[in-house]
Design a protein around this ligand. Structure first.
Ligand SMILES: [Zn+2]
Length: 137
C-alpha cells in the first residue's frame, strides 16, 4: 500500500497524470514522491500535475542481466527524461527502437503496463504516435 505522502502520485497515475512535488519552502520540484524535500529537508510539499512534455537526457537499452522481474521483457530501454516542469526522472522509453532515439529529443508521457504489472508512467518520442496500452509482443 502506498504511503500517505505518495497517494496523490498514485492517484495521478490512475487518472493518466504524472504528478510531481514542489517544496513550498525552497521551490524545489522532485519526482518520485518523498516525505521530505531532497534539497532543504522541509516537509512542506505540494503536488502539481506535470504537462508530460520533456526531453530525453540519456538512455540505455537492457539486453541481458535484467532483474528477474524484468527478464521476460528484454530488450527494453531505460531513459532519464528532463520534464519541462523542471524535474528529471528515470523511466521506461517505449514505442521506439534504439536507432530512433537520441539525446535531447522531445518525448512525452504515455501510460503503459508490462505483463501483469501495474500501469507505469513511461515516455515515448513526441514524433511518434503513442496510444499507451500494453506492450506485450
Ligand atoms: Zn525544499
Amino acid at each position: 500500500m502506498a504511503q500517505d505522502y505518495a497517494a496523490p502520485y498514485f492517484e495521478g497515475i490512475e487518472q493518466g497524470e504524472l504528478r510531481a512535488q514542489r517544496c513550498t519552502a525552497c521551490g524545489n520540484a522532485q519526482l518520485h514522491p518523498r516525505r521530505r524535500c531532497a534539497e532543504c529537508g522541509s516537509k512542506e510539499l505540494t503536488y502539481f500535475t506535470t504537462n508530460g512534455q520533456g526531453t530525453l537526457y540519456t538512455f540505455a537499452t537492457i539486453y541481458r542481466s535484467a532483474p528477474s522481474a524484468f527478464i521476460d521483457q528484454v530488450p527494453y530501454t531505460l531513459g532519464v527524461v528532463t520534464l519541462e516542469d523542471d524535474v528529471r526522472m528515470l523511466t521506461r522509453i517505449v514505442g521506439a527502437e534504439d536507432a530512433d532515439l537520441h539525446c535531447d529529443m522531445p518525448v512525452h508521457l504515455t501510460m503503459s503496463s508490462f505483463g501483469e504489472g501495474p500501469t507505469l508512467p513511461c515516455f515515448t518520442p513526441a514524433t511518434l504516435a503513442s496510444d499507451g496500452g500494453s506492450l506485450d509482443e
